[in-house]
Design a protein around this ligand. Sequence first.
Ligand code: ZN
Ligand code: ZN
Length: 311
Amino acid sequence: MARTPHDLGDIVRRFRSDLEAAETLTPVQGRALSAIGLCRTAALGGHQCVCLDCGRKEDPSYNSCRNRHCPKCQGLAQERWIAARTRAILPTPHFHAVFTLPDQLRPLARVHPVAIYDLMFRCVAATLLEMARTRLGITLGLTLVLHIWSRKLTYHVHLHVLVTAGGLTLDGETFKAVEEKFLLHVKPLARLFKGKLMDGLRGLRKDGVISMTDGAFGSLMATLWKLDWHVYLKEAFKAPEWVLEYLGRYTHRVGISNSRILEVHGERMIKRTFNPGFRINLHQKALNLALAGARALLDITLSINANLPTE
Ligand SMILES: [Zn+2]
Ligand SMILES: [Zn+2]
């Protein structure tokens, strides 16, 4: 990893007390900040590698915190995740689909993340499997990866799906490849997904998971129904392993990492914007780093918590 001029651990150590004077941290947030503040410092002890044959010693280094929110510690978790997914991938071409949760459902997803993300997984899988069964007569192979924030660190819930270009015939006997450039039409896919997700929301409300008044729920449903929902589905031009690597890099990236911190002024902060492929301008905002930056960090800490698969 290239050296960057600023270290998130330094910032946490420097500004944590300011943050805690203004915000109440949840236990998870507190633990994450403690781990990031201690990672690779003398507080966690150190180790030194010694060659048993020649006795040569490497420079001693401090131990890592291994916290899943720590940018220094995510590299290994990412490699493991990619390796495990790659082993499970079928040796066939794939399509790449993206299903996005409409903006109107963000507030609900913030309050009930587990229920809504779980519903997304079930509805996306059911939509693809059902359409492929009825239109193509096959059972697809799917790998689903949840992303809940965009490159600009905004809350943006979407599911990436690696879809096999073909599947098992319904008798389960043979694999039927799909040679065409497209797999399924996106419009009926989006409509089916919409129907399933809205049904799922009604179910969650009936089961008491979502508590909303009749009026509020009714108007949310009416708005969702009027919307055009969008689904992306394209042939994956690169090998599925490449797509997994891309998704894994993104899934395991911690929101604020050292390379994203350009200056630390205490009172003011310059934050780099990440637009795909190029770096446009520097956002120069009068932000109080201790509060706004740390708040973003906490938000991301929560987000990445939901993003990481548990193995
Ligand atoms: Zn760490
Ligand atoms: Zn994504």
